[in-house]
Write a protein that binds this ligand. Structure first.
Ligand SMILES: Nc1ncnc2c1ncn2[C@@H]1O[C@H](COP(=O)(O)OP(=O)(O)OP(=O)(O)O)[C@@H](O)[C@H]1O
Ligand SMILES: [Mg+2]
Length: 507
């Protein structure tokens, strides 16, 4: 019989008590298979087995998973509550087997979902919850109207906008969970301001100027003004950073005007960066609360549970799916190695032959991604660094270098699409935007603009460097406590901003 989740948790707990060795539980399966639900049940069971169960810490640990889901999960065509990031939750135990802390490590947040999602899918739950759960006064404070008015909400499944009761419940529960982990009124305020700023930024529209070599026109500068107000940054500096970019050449600073596509991408890139850093900050705060430094020396052993975004094959598969599916391929390979191929595991498998499907070896597939020079990732990096590189150029490189491969499939037409025969099935990848997503850069000007915020917390949030796993949640940098965002209400803001912008561009 396949391992029962409560039994797996109980065995891990038994081992830390008997052997005092750290244990890791890897939860694998395709998207929708039940990894996250199983993880939550295992965490509950581990906490339940701990001798002192009345502890507030235990309740907080159990509440943390739904909290992360509000910010990191979204509806896909496969799963209404799909994890769009990978998490490693580590529970620490003392000598007596008592849970004394928890730490979360986050990886690979699918931040592109903030600005685009496929039809019939959803943005991260927190956006729907904000509109359904925040008070009218709060929404007015963020200058937000109806959820259906905003691009990043209405681009996905519209039915989600009708599920107000469900999302209101999520909002209330998660605000309560945030308070329990120590969020005060100022933390809450800044969190809402960041969400509001993302929504306003993604509404900004640009227009080509009538003459060539003239800067783009910002059609609705009021949206830039509102985002700037919520982030305590200079609206003029933000406008300029969205339409111009500076480069250094021979010690001199040169300015280039952005084209329409580059300006739109800048808005989206900033929105994604804010969301990603906000997510990392929430995880930092959870870790600070659940794993206080004073407890660390008492740790006798730990149990870690890895819950990643599962293998998926959507209607349109992009860079995010390629990365997710590769990670699943690696996890499958690890399982093959450690469970199926080691002697004990193999004997066990033979005994259960027929009940459990023995997965085939997937090393060739890993090589197709990983191999030096001709692996998909190296080819993508090479094309990204190439000045004239394009998404179509990348696909050509893939199909030429892997022309004889049975793992790579190509289409008959010229679309920048290729297929990969994964261990779990063939997936076609649409490579539009792959190069940009691989670059994943925010213009220095936009970074500088955020670092010039008059709010210390926003400044720190954009000064902090990401750790090796691509998140800010684990770095040592000390973030200053948020202070309430100071709102400056100027009359005729947008008009005044347009005039200032016009003047500044002429200088
Ligand atoms: N043990 C369970 N009890 C009840 N429902 C379950 C259980 N496991 C899974 N489900 C149902 O299946 C759905 C998908 O489960 P879950 O979100 O855990 O999948 P997942 O493997 O984490 O997927 P993804 O890779 O997309 O994150 C849940 O929303 C729930 O409706
Ligand atoms: Mg999940």
């Amino acid at each position: 019989m396949p391992p029962h989740i409560f039994n797996v948790a109980a065995r891990a707990y038994q081992r830390i008590q008997e052997e005092k060795t750290n244990q890791v539980i890897l939860v694998s399966g395709e998207s929708g298979a039940g990894k996250t639900e199983s993880t939550k049940l295992m965490v509950k069971h581990l906490v339940y087995m701990s001798p002192n169960r009345s502890d507030d810490l235990h309740n907080k640990i159990v509440q943390v998973n739904p909290l992360l889901e509000a910010f990191g999960n979204a509806q896909t065509i496969i799963n209404d509550n799909s994890s769009r990031f990978a998490k490693y939750l580590e529970l620490s135990f003392d000598e007596r087997g008592q849970v004394i802390g928890a730490t979360i490590r986050d990886y690979m947040l699918e931040k592109a979902r903030v600005v685009t999602c496929n039809k019939d899918e959803g943005n991260f739950h927190i956006f729907y919850s904000l509109f359904a759960g925040a008070s009218k006064q709060q929404l007015i404070g963020l200058n937000l109207s109806e959820s259906k008015d905003y691009r990043i909400i209405k681009c996905g499944c519209l039915k989600l906008l009708e599920e107000k009761t469900k999302y209101r419940e999520i909002y209330l529960q998660q605000m309560d969970a945030l308070k329990r982990i120590g969020f005060d009124a100022d933390d809450m305020n800044i969190l809402h301001c960041m969400l509001g700023a993302i929504i306003h930024l993604t509404e900004v529209r640009f227009k080509e100027a009538d003459k060539v070599n003239e800067p783009l026109e910002i059609v609705n500068p009021d949206q830039v003004e509102l985002a700037a107000e919520l982030l305590n940054v200079d609206p003029l500096e933000l406008c300029l950073s969205l339409i111009k970019t500076k480069t250094e050449y021979g010690g001199e600073q040169l300015y280039h005007l952005k084209n329409l596509e580059q300006a739109r991408e800048s808005c989206d890139a900033l929105a994604k960066a804010i969301y990603e850093r906000m997510f990392g900050w929430v995880i930092r705060r959870i870790n600070e609360d659940l794993n206080p430094t004073k407890q660390r020396k008492k740790v006798a052993a730990s149990i870690g549970i890895l819950d990643i975004a599962g293998f998926e094959n959507l209607q349109v598969n992009s860079f995010g799916q390629l990365c997710i599916n590769f990670v699943n391929e690696r996890l499958q390979n690890f399982m093959n190695d450690h469970v199926f191929r080691n002697e004990k595991g193999y004997t066990l498998m033979k005994a259960f032959h027929g009940l459990i499907q023995i997965s085939k070896n997937n090393e060739d597939i890993i090589d197709t991604f990983w191999k030096k020079n001709i692996g998909l990732f190296d080819l993508l990096d090479e094309e990204t660094q190439f000045k004239q590189g394009s998404d179509a150029g990348f696909v050509r490189k893939v199909t030429t270098n892997h022309a004889k491969s049975e793992i790579i499939a190509k289409t008959r037409n010229d679309d920048p699409v290729f297929g990969v025969c994964h261990f779990a099935g063939k997936v076609w990848y649409d490579c539009h935007g792959f190069l940009d997503k691989n670059k994943d850069t925010l213009n220095d000007d936009l970074f500088d603009c955020m670092k010039d915020s008059t709010n210390d917390f926003i400044r720190d949030l954009f000064t902090i460097k990401k750790g090796p796993t691509g998140t800010i949640s684990e770095t040592q940098f000390h973030l200053r406590q948020p202070k309430k965002v100071q709102r400056e209400h100027r009359s005729n803001n947008a008009m005044q901003l347009s005039t200032e912008l016009g003047k500044s561009l002429k200088e």
